[in-house]
Design a protein around this ligand. Structure first.
Ligand code: SF4
Ligand code: SF4
Length: 419
């Protein structure tokens, strides 16, 4: 207990230091835009861009075996918490957590329409917006309202946290004096809900932090409507990232939006936004609702419980994207640390045609890892299905298999045709 208490103080200091670091990132990215040729390298050579898009967004997916590790250290969550301590403390309505689906979508749209992930200046504005919103919401509402209602990262961490090996649990006479910032009862929590901030360890009794097998004891949640909607949008967004580059699959996805513009004589410029709308909202929702309806006839499970099985496949796709990004970009890290503005890399490239940092693991080997990843998650999902001892598992198994082969197909196409 004493050790965990010390851990709480260390984590708390790190969070404060990361607030200062974020201020530095804002200062560092301000006014820098990526251009063409060597100037495009600012996308990764600038520490602000690198920290946000590679370390935070991709790292938070890859470190899922450590649960919501990034939440534990997150400076935005810390600002939200500190402001809530001096604010009005108005009660929040958790039904509005559905808004996370829209903030996730908003970030995606900003990336594809305004290329914000390319420009350090635009990334800086995004960081400022996140801090400002989190501060204002903290001043108005109780708890970490930004984390619970708006944070786009929370929209995926709350599902993937199921596979966390870090677990907070109670033992003996559990007695917690501090209120949990995400409104949980620390004596009785699910590991995917816990932000691992360790604040409940301050002056409390009967809590322990332990490491477990991340796949053991995974208890699939029974989704409520908000969870279902957020998960459906998340699935649409992760698959869209592949579909954009795999031509034959893309053609299938574009078919209905294309026909709509043709029948209604609309401008062809509307095909892209319509495809995004269908890819993010209509296709995944239609797939989940239709298949849930069919499965329910055979398996007699609740709708929400059934959909949560697909966390395995969505996470495998998201992990592949994160691995590819980290593998191809992490070598920029030493350059970004030594010259946070990123200008040195650009100067070197212009003056000496300096080689752009490449992949950490060569693509020949990396293909195998990417190919195996869905196999791993598929197997874990199937084991889970059989362990649940459902009356009829074949329809669910068939759907799972269909998704598995679909993922493998787009990976093979993507790796062998486009890389
Ligand atoms: S939910 Fe979002 S804002 Fe809150 S701590 Fe986690 S990453 Fe940070
Ligand atoms: S249960 Fe404890 S560690 Fe988890 S989010 Fe609440 S206060 Fe933080």
């Amino acid at each position: 207990m004493k050790k965990v208490n010390q851990l709480y103080h260390i984590v708390s200091i790190i969070r404060k230091l990361l607030i200062l670091f974020s201020l530095f990132l804002v200062f560092n990215g301000w006014g820098i835009y990526s251009g063409e040729g060597a100037y495009a390298l600012f996308m990764y050579s600038n520490l602000t861009n690198f920290s946000f898009w590679v370390i935070f967004l991709m790292g938070s997916v890859l470190l899922i075996p450590l649960g919501r590790f990034f939440c534990a250290l997150c400076p935005v969550g810390e600002i939200n918490y500190l402001m809530s301590k001096i604010g009005l403390n108005k009660k929040i309505n958790l039904k509005f957590s559905i808004l996370q689906a829209f903030t996730l979508l908003l970030v995606f749209l900003l990336v594809i329409t305004f290329n914000i992930s390319r420009h350090p200046h635009l990334t800086t504005i995004l960081i400022i917006c996140a801090f400002s919103l989190s501060a204002v919401m903290g001043l108005i509402f109780n708890g970490n309202s930004f984390c619970l209602l708006l944070c786009p990262a929370s929209a995926f961490l709350k599902f993937y946290g199921l596979f966390s090996s870090v677990k907070l649990s109670s033992e003996g006479d559990c007695n917690v004096k501090n209120q949990c910032p995400v409104l949980l009862n620390p004596c009785d929590i699910k590991k995917e809900d816990c932000h691992l901030c360790l604040r409940c360890f301050k002056d409390s009794k009967g809590l322990k932090l332990s490491l477990t097998n991340p796949l053991k004891g995974v208890s699939l949640p029974d989704f409520n409507r908000a969870d279902f909607f957020i998960f459906s949008v998340l699935t649409g967004l992760t698959f869209m990232a592949f579909i954009r580059v795999v031509r034959d699959v893309r053609e299938i996805f574009v078919y209905i939006p294309y026909k709509i513009t043709e029948i209604l004589s609309l401008s062809h410029k509307l095909i892209l936004p319509l495809t995004t709308f269908f890819g993010v909202f209509i296709y995944p929702l239609a797939f989940f609702i239709l298949s849930a309806f069919l499965i329910k006839i055979f398996d007699r499970q609740s709708f929400g419980k059934y959909i949560s099985y697909f966390i395995f496949s969505t996470l495998s796709v998201h992990m592949i994207l994160a691995l590819v990004k980290i593998n191809s970009r992490i070598k920029f890290l030493p350059y970004a640390v030594l010259d946070p503005s990123g200008k040195d890399v650009v100067t070197l490239r212009l003056a000496y045609n300096f080689d752009i940092p490449g992949d950490i693991i060569p693509i020949e080997y990396f293909r195998i890892i990417l190919f195996i990843l869905p196999v791993f998650f598929y197997s874990a999902g199937m084991v889970k299905i059989f362990k649940e001892k459902l009356p009829v598992t074949i329809p669910l198994g068939l759907l799972f298999t269909f998704i598995f082969f679909f993922i493998e197909y787009i990976i093979i196409k993507w790796l062998f045709v486009f890389i």
